[in-house]
Design a binder for this molecule. Structure first.
Ligand SMILES: C[S@@+](CC[C@H](N)C(=O)[O-])C[C@H]1O[C@@H](n2cnc3c(N)ncnc32)[C@H](O)[C@@H]1O
Ligand code: SF4
Length: 496
């Protein structure tokens, strides 16, 4: 598509807004305009009192133009000008498509972060909801959801001052690749053969992290083993890794120890027994959907029956918190099938349910298989997906779940959100701490990102581990450790 800008406006910011209505669009400066090329034109003019924007959305002979004026206030002028442009564009696109995205013009920023800023400035719940509606054109129900989540989060956040920390352990391997997945995960025989060497390197890195945590006086509060699918490891590999972690860190004193197992076809009673014996307190057993046809469509190599069996094993293992991940809007899924899935999951009564909205990222196989048309189905199906999202809110609330954390992703169908729901007192603590950037996270393994947090998430420093297991194996652990240590010392010297 083509984006034409007149005036001093950020191109990247406007492109992100365009994606709300043109999911997956590629922007080209040089593209020749044909009858099917979407063209968005935004003009900005300013005077002493405010910013005036005019936006036109046009495809072929059809076009809609809208304008918006935003007076200057005590906000930075740039912000006011962006707001004028985005509101003019939003109005024009809304009219053009006959569809209003429920998160309004809020893009590229976590809703709960904005809410926490509002609440911390002394605003009440009602004032915060109102501000989200006025400033970002967010629907009332979404503004309320974000505000409720942020208020719940603040109770947990208070318990984690800056001298606390978490450890993230990356196992970027899966038995096979699901077609919608964009996570870094390796499935080929050649890469899976690296697992034994990978685990040795990981253990070495963890021992260095342990030293770093001790030397710098951090109090370790949560550990999260994520993926990929950590239960891709064999029973003996998993036992070996968990017992190493258990000996290294005092796992019995942690507030939370998560094993994001995930795929039901990788779960066994023995793996769950190891997890329980080594103080894992939270585990994910993920169906995504309980519709076998949809599971086949998305190349997920298990059935609903395998999920129920794995779930029963997890319950018997005695691990206190079980999470189940679902995805709303999977290809070929519909409201009837999704609502059946959610009803069945609620019947099982897990402590946590995480409902994601389907999103297609550039690295997903499905995009290579189906091409950009995978995006074009989205606008048509927004209504169906919006029903699933609303159904999730209503049914989880009825069953006694609270929404406890939330994030949004670019290119999610209908621009909807991902929400974690929990039974009271079973919040996935790491999820909140990580998403809201509350404290430092020491991360081990390929693709892992260590994050140092100072001054309540104003200052953040990230250190990226190599993305691929073979690059990670080639890295000199001692040198990498010394680098992390140096960055950490400099960071905290400047940000205490
Ligand atoms: C790290 S991933 C995978 C966990 C585990 N390997 C599994 O597949 O069950 C965590 C969750 O993100 C969600 N997810 C992954 N890809 C997604 C996509 N393209 N759109 C929406 N949600 C997605 C899924 O619900 C998944 O369980
Ligand atoms: S969705 Fe989970 S199991 Fe499937 S490829 Fe991605 S990380 Fe692996």
């Amino acid at each position: 598509m083509k984006l034409i800008i007149h005036g001093d406006l950020g191109r990247y910011y406007l492109q992100t807004l365009c994606l709300l209505f043109f999911p997956g669009a590629k922007f080209s400066e040089s593209e020749e305009i044909t009858a099917s090329t979407p063209v968005v034109t935004v003009k900005l003019t300013t005077d002493d009192e405010g910013a005036q924007a005019e936006a036109t959305v046009c495809i072929g002979e059809r076009s809609v133009t809208r304008s918006h004026r935003e007076p200057y206030t005590d906000l930075p002028k740039k912000k006011t000008e962006n707001m004028a442009a985005s509101k003019a564009f939003f109005d024009a696109a809304k009219k053009f498509f006959g569809y209003t995205p429920s998160w309004g013009i809020m893009t590229g920023v976590r809703p709960t972060k904005i809410v926490l800023d509002y609440l911390n400035s002394g605003m009440t719940k009602e004032q915060t909801v109102k501000a989200l509606r006025n400033d970002y054109l967010v629907y009332h129900k979404k503004a309320t959801l974000a505000t409720d989540i942020a208020r719940n989060e603040s109770k947990i956040i208070k318990k984690y001052p800056l001298d606390t920390c978490s450890v993230y352990i990356s196992i970027p391997f899966c038995p096979t690749r699901c077609s919608y997945c964009s996570f870094v995960s390796f499935t080929t025989k050649k890469l899976l053969a690296l697992i034994p060497a990978y685990l040795e390197s990981l253990k070495l890195e963890l021992s260095m992290i342990k030293r770093q945590i001790e030397e710098s006086g951090f109090k370790l509060k949560t550990i999260y083993i994520g993926g990929g699918t950590p239960t891709t490891l064999s029973e003996s590999q998993l036992e070996d890794l968990l017992s190493y972690i258990d000996k290294l860190f005092d796992t019995s004193s942690l507030d939370e120890f998560t094993l994001e197992a995930g795929r039901p076809d990788t779960i066994s009673a023995k793996k769950l027994e190891s997890a329980k014996n080594h103080n894992v307190t939270r585990i994910s057993i993920n169906p995504q959907t309980l519709n076998n046809f949809v599971l086949r469509e998305i190349d997920r190599h298990h059935t609903a029956e395998m999920f129920f069996k794995a779930y029963e094993m997890a319950q018997k293992s005695g691990i206190p918190c079980i999470n189940t991940d679902l995805i709303i809007g999977l290809p070929t899924d519909d409201f009837d099938s999704y609502s059946y899935t959610l009803d069945k999951i609620i019947e099982l009564d897990p402590q946590n349910i995480t409902a994601h909205t389907f999103c297609v990222k550039r690295s997903a196989d499905i995009l290579k298989e189906e091409g950009l048309q995978i995006y074009s189905r989205e606008n048509k199906e927004n209504y169906e997906i919006s029903k699933c999202v609303d159904y999730t809110q209503i049914m989880t609330k009825k069953a006694g779940y609270l929404p406890y954390y939330m994030y949004r992703q670019k290119n999610a169908v209908g621009n909807f959100e991902n929400v974690g729901f929990c039974k009271k007192g079973t919040e996935g603590i790491y999820n909140i701490l990580m998403m809201e950037e509350i404290h430092s996270i020491f991360a081990a393994g390929a693709g892992a990102v260590t994050k140092f947090v100072g001054e309540r998430n104003v200052k953040i420093e990230r250190i990226f581990n190599p993305k691929y297991p073979y690059e990670y194996l080639e890295q000199d652990r001692q040198l990498a450790f010394e680098h992390t240590k140096k960055v950490m010392e400099q960071f905290f010297a400047q940000n205490q």
